[in-house]
Design a protein around this ligand. Structure first.
Ligand code: NAP
Length: 289
């Protein structure tokens, strides 16, 4: 038998498989589009001819594909599901907490063990000390597979027994990144409109990284402890500054969709009476459906 099977050889699944092959593991691989396996086969992996053969080949099956329903389709193939008994499935596809819970129940029905997880790294970082993979599920299952997963991500983090925890935290990070990606890109639009070097803007933001990291910790403590009073800078001050981005957009003739959206959330916070509080008191606006 192989040490491990990887199902899904997209950008991320391919990086996971490559890392394990380079680490000297005996790796079986399967992908819907078989030709993507060629470089990995050349590097020493074995291409399974079917999902069933992939599942049967190893005690540990790592799945990393586009979405949970596709993963379920692959494993639902009758022959594949009948090979699941006694296997340990690590599901590293991004999804929702409910999908993770349903997948765990489904896999365990076939007498297999299940660990859910999510990758918080770029494919090129897989195997590095600072690459992050979050996992959740039973401790006994985590212990069994921990050394293998740690070879994929130095910052492997077990985020608890509730199986939906890993993807819940992945989505929380994704929400943060959505603001980060849009915010940086809009900053680049402002720089461009003023003839400023966007690459230099990237370097400037990089230098702010430690401060921004500390701000995340500060906001986590403030929200968890309901500690919104006595801020260094108030929600009203930030809201006024963000509203000025709308004015800037009009003056520069650039898109205003993002600043209008951001300003509207801060304005709601001010109207709800949270103006004198911490910036992150917008949490109290965002939590309401
Ligand atoms: P990708 O490059 O688009 O690869 C998608 C994979 O899913 C391919 O192996 C594809 O097979 C397979 N797939 C899609 N639909 C399928 C179906 N109906 N049946 C069978 N296989 C199917 O995506 P990726 O970047 O590897 O992402 C995979 C997971 O990693 C996602 O959940 C993503 O959120 C997560 N992730 C990715 C990154 C990243 O930077 N790429 C970072 C963190 C997390 P084919 O080759 O046959 O199309």
């Amino acid at each position: 038998m192989s040490d491990v099977t990887i199902i899904g050889l997209g950008e991320m699944g391919g990086a996971l498989a490559n890392c394990l092959v380079q680490a000297g593991k005996i790796v079986t691989i399967w992908n819907r589009t078989a030709h993507k396996a060629a470089p990995l086969v050349a590097a020493g992996a074995t291409l399974a001819t079917s999902p069933r053969a992939a599942v049967a080949a190893s005690p540990v099956i790592i799945i990393c594909i586009s979405d949970y329903s596709a993963a379920l389709d692959i494993l639902s193939d009758e022959a594949a599901s009948s090979a699941l008994a006694g296997r340990l499935v690590v599901h590293l596809t991004s999804g929702t907490p409910r999908q993770a819970r349903e997948m765990a129940t489904w896999v365990e029905k076939f007498n297999a063990l299940y660990l859910d997880g999510a990758v918080l790294a770029w494919p090129r970082q897989i195997g590095a000390r600072d690459a992050t993979i979050l996992v959740s599920g039973k401790d006994s299952v985590y212990t069994e597979v921990e050394p293998l997963l740690r070879s994929l991500a130095g910052n492997l983090t077990n985020v608890g027994t509730p199986v939906g925890n890993a993807v819940a935290l992945f989505n929380a990070a994704l929400a943060y990144l959505a603001g980060h990606w849009i915010g940086f890109s809009y900053g680049a639009v402002i720089c461009e409109s003023e003839g400023l070097d966007v690459q230099g803007f990237g370097e400037m933001m990089r230098a702010l990284a430690p401060i921004l990291g500390e701000d995340n910790r500060h906001m986590g403590r403030a929200i968890a402890g309901n500690l919104f009073e006595r801020p260094e800078s108030t929600l009203k001050t930030a809201g006024t500054d963000i509203a000025r981005l709308v004015q800037l957009a009009e003056e520069a003739g650039i898109g205003a969709e993002f600043p209008i959206f951001a300003a509207s959330i801060f304005q709601k916070g001010i109207e709800a009476g949270f103006g004198p509080e911490e910036h992150c008191a917008v949490f109290k606006i965002l939590r309401t459906a």
